[in-house]
Design a protein around this ligand. Structure first.
Ligand code: ADP
Ligand code: ZN
Length: 610
């Protein structure tokens, strides 16, 4: 079998997503990997596919019980022999699972880091062939990460003691360089393929809103999406209690989750949400890591989180299935003060010396500032986030609130010609900042030194701000009308298309931030809308899915995602072969459930024909 076959047959997907193929190839070739991918990008496929192709067993070290259980349930549904070993098993269950593992019944075994050192597990791995160790949520090994977990530090020792060193893959969504370096060093990765995939999640709609009364806004947003499930994040337990009660008293099916609840209640509430028995989960940030529910259609932040890392991770729990989903942040100035207070009060961990503790606090305040800027900017929110994570992005995404409301199309033909003239007459040797300053008629040391105030284009765009001129320059670079050299001090030069523009007098349209009126287009159409009939079929398919999920005692999305059912309703396959052309339908699932879903579709078509 090839990796493509595995992807198709087990997972039901036709193509790999960005980064997946490279990672899989490296692991199969025996090269360690350090992969940074945003939540929802598809990390698990990166180790699950090679696990099925490598000869022996793959161990997945994972920090959370619920995460393991979900992943294993999903794998078993796809026909992959998998199991988990953690504290949720009774001792007998644990021994039984180990016995089966010894018999070679599992291809993939999820294990908590604390288990690695135990006697039973050690004796098992000594006699087994371990081909790969995949470390999920690898940032837990670093004290710079958000969820430091000391037991992760035992992993390299564990790997060393294996009879044969397996290939090691580390996976995380945390991108900062400190954490990345820690992972590589502490996990003792050997010349790993280090890969950071794009952080864009183009199915997520982003919005920040400043409501006068948050509750009213929240209720309206939840009601906007009847029947769709979502998460509402609050910063404190008290807020969780209040908001949850408010939603319930307004007739919304909601439940809550925070560290102050009894473990049984937490577990129960989480499952109610997972199994679609309630629509909305109101929670603190304690809820989420390990929640793999792929059909979460909205994540609303009732309070601003303390940094963009947390925000994007939490918001990223929406739309993991790839279908359109909304991430809305309800902002108020009070949130900033609360966050400042929390940072100043936070107890430094005992393992830190005072100097490091002080640095950490300073870093946290810096991050909070960036988070606050996100809430206040009128520019593209996606661009803001991507830039924050060190990735460049166009000024306009067309799928965030700001792009849809604050942008307009303007003709920058004349401005572009002025910029080109300025770049040319100053000798193509200055950067964007200085060129903008010259065009705006600014004054600074460099302008005086190079006597740039004598250039003909000096002050030619004085009607614009330097920022607006820089926006135009960036746009011209994107359009290859200008080009930016590499190196430490990038310099602007005329690009491939410079002449087309310089010698024409036609318009050149650019999207730019505007102050008021709304615009109407968007980059990514919502998933192509279903017709009314298809919508009706989609509902029937969802009912069937709910029925099957109840029968088997698994969450509905484990059977098929919303995106898969939507595609099914549009394509209306007639046989198993056609059914497998639908994204998310692998052979095992087709065999398990195909007949039931095909029957619904053909019944539906017959009633339509009458
Ligand atoms: P992460 O762990 O990075 O947050 P997951 O591994 O849970 O993300 O994947 C998110 C979703 O994307 C899952 O529903 C998964 O099945 C889906 N997915 C992963 N790879 C692909 C692919 N190549 N094509 C389509 N869907 C994919
Ligand atoms: Zn945007």
């Amino acid at each position: 079998m090839t990796k493509q076959d595995v992807l198709k047959q087990y997972f039901g997907y036709d193509t790999f997503r960005g980064g997946q193929e490279e990672i899989i190839d490296a692991l199969l070739a025996g090269r360690d990997v350090l992969a940074v991918m945003p939540t929802g990008a598809g990390k698990s496929v990166c180790y699950q596919v090679p696990a099925l192709l490598l000869p022996g067993i793959t161990l997945v070290v994972s920090p959370l019980v619920s995460l393991m259980r979900d992943q294993v349930t999903q794998l078993v549904q796809m026909g992959v022999p998998a199991a988990y070993l953690n504290s949720s098993l009774t001792y007998r269950q644990y021994l039984l699972a180990l016995d089966r593992a010894r018999e070679g019944r599992y291809k993939i075994i999820y294990v908590a880091p604390e288990r690695l050192d135990t006697e039973g597990f050690q004796s098992f791995v000594r006699s087994a062939q371990i081909s790969m160790v995949a470390v999920d949520e690898a940032h837990c090994i670093s004290q710079w990460g958000q969820d430091f977990r000391p037991a992760y530090l035992n992993i390299p020792d564990f790997v060393d003691r294996l009879p044969q060193r397996p290939v090691v893959g580390a996976f995380t969504a945390t991108a900062t360089s400190e954490v990345r370096e820690d992972i590589q060093r502490l996990l003792e990765l050997e010349a790993p393929l280090s890969i950071t995939t794009g952080f864009d999640r183009d199915n997520l709609y982003l919005e920040v809103c400043r409501p006068s009364v948050k509750r009213v806004e929240l209720l309206a947003r939840v009601r906007e999406r009847p029947g769709e499930c979502g998460i509402v994040y609050c910063s404190t337990r008290k807020n969780v209690e209040e908001v949850c009660q408010f939603l319930q008293s307004s007739g919304i099916s909601a439940t809550r989750y925070h560290a102050g609840l009894e473990p049984e209640e937490r577990q129960q509430n989480q499952e109610d949400f997972l199994f679609d028995r309630v629509q909305v989960m109101v929670a603190t940030n304690a809820f989420g890591m390990g929640i793999d529910k792929s059909d979460v259609r909205f994540v609303i932040h009732y309070n601003m989180p303390k940094d963009l890392e947390s925000y994007y991770q939490e918001a990223g729990r929406a739309g993991r299935d790839g279908a359109e989903a909304r991430c809305i942040l309800l902002y108020s100035g009070q949130d900033v003060r609360t966050a400042q207070f929390l940072i100043s009060q936070s107890e430094p961990s005992e393992q830190l010396d005072p100097e490091t503790a002080r640095q950490l606090q300073e870093r946290d305040l810096g991050r909070l500032k960036q988070m606050t800027f996100y809430c206040c900017t009128r520019r593209c929110l996606r661009q803001y986030i991507l830039n924050y994570f060190g990735q460049s992005a166009p000024d306009y995404c067309g799928a965030c609130y700001n792009c849809l409301h604050n942008f307009q199309e303007i003709d920058v033909g004349e401005d572009a010609r002025a910029i080109l003239r300025c770049v040319a007459e100053t000798g193509q040797r200055f950067g964007a900042g200085l060129i903008a300053a010259v065009l705006c008629g600014g004054e600074n040391e460099k302008i005086r030194r190079y006597r740039l105030e004598r250039e003909r284009t000096y002050g030619a765009l004085a009607a614009l701000s330097q920022r607006e001129v820089q926006d135009r320059i960036r746009f011209l670079v994107d359009e290859h009308i200008l080009e930016l050299t590499d190196g430490q001090y990038p310099v602007l030069r005329c690009g491939e298309r410079a002449e087309d523009v310089a010698y024409s007098d036609g318009p050149l349209m650019m999207k730019a931030v505007r102050e008021e009126r709304p615009a109407a287009d968007r980059r990514r159409a919502e998933d192509s809308p279903l017709t009314e009939r298809q919508q009706a079929l989609f509902q029937r398919l969802r009912e069937e899915r709910a029925h099957l999920a109840r029968l088997r005692g698994v969450p509905a999305f484990v059977i098929f995602s919303d995106k898969t059912l939507r595609e099914m309703a549009a394509a209306q396959p007639r046989d198993l072969r056609q059914l497998q052309n639908v994204g998310g339908v692998g052979s095992f699932k087709a065999e398990q459930y195909g007949a039931q879903f095909l029957e619904i579709i053909s019944d539906f078509q017959e009633t339509a024909a009458i």
